[in-house]
Design a protein around this ligand. Structure first.
Ligand code: SF4
Length: 229
């Protein structure tokens, strides 16, 4: 596993749990607003943390941390993700995974083998705009399959969208609402220009708080709960 970063404790990443966060290196998308460019652009990669260091840390924190959250980059492109999570499960941690949904076949393995307890999937755009927004050659059918699989899994989950005003129109967000119809939780993340893969996005904005209130209400017609972060 290529682990580019470790946050030793977080009280907010895994709902209701205290977790450590592992940041995997590498991603198959190139979202211009990505705020982890050092995990996405190979020219910015830092040295990886050895796996044994991670497991030694997790062993020591048993009983103090409830969970391990695996984010990225995109964790599902790591070829040994399944084996890695099996080892985390062997020492009895809950596992949350953040994913862009491009690899439903990996999610399927994780779900079927009961290796994940919480899935947070980014829904970047309406399906027909996916490749453009993520600057990738993702198959939108794979994204759709991931959404359906997560919703049918019985596992706790959330879908979330980073909202950059110039990329997503209100109509796009409504299309996403229809795509994830009946989902338990949808999180709208206000784009905050602090760091971005494409530097030009440092001057981009999001919608006003008032717009988000309206959006929250409208999207509530499609999903059970909408949260704005
Ligand atoms: S936002 Fe997520 S999916 Fe997009 S490039 Fe960054 S890590 Fe990859």
């Amino acid at each position: 596993m290529k682990i580019g970063g470790l946050q030793r404790v977080s009280l907010i990443d895994y709902p209701g749990k205290i977790c450590a966060i592992l940041f995997t290196q590498g991603c198959d998308f190139r979202c211009p607003y990505c705020h982890n460019p050092e995990l996405v652009d190979p020219d910015q990669y830092l040295e990886c943390i050895p796996e044994e260091e991670i497991f030694s840390f997790l062993e020591k924190r048993r009983g103090k941390l409830d969970a391990v959250s695996i984010t990225g980059g995109e964790p599902t492109i790591q070829p040994d993700l399944v084996e890695f999570i099996e080892r985390i499960k062997d020492i009895n941690y809950l596992v949350k995974i953040d994913t862009n949904g491009s690899r439903p076949e990996i999610l399927e393995k994780l779900i079927n083998q009961k290796l994940v307890d919480y899935i947070a999937m980014d829904v970047k755009a309406p399906l027909e705009r996916y490749r453009k927004i993520t600057k990738s050659n993702v198959n939108p059918d794979s994204v759709k399959r991931s959404i359906e699989m997560i919703m049918d899994s019985g596992i706790e989950y959330e879908f979330r969208t980073t909202v950059v005003k110039s990329l997503l129109k209100i109509d796009d967000l409504q299309k996403i609402g229809r795509l994830i119809k009946d989902a338990r939780l949808y999180v709208l993340q206000k784009f905050v220009p602090s760091k971005s893969l494409d530097k030009r996005f440092l001057s981009k904005t999001t919608y006003s708080d008032k717009h988000f209130e309206i959006l929250k209400e409208e999207l509530g017609n499609y999903v059970h709960r909408v949260v704005v972060r």
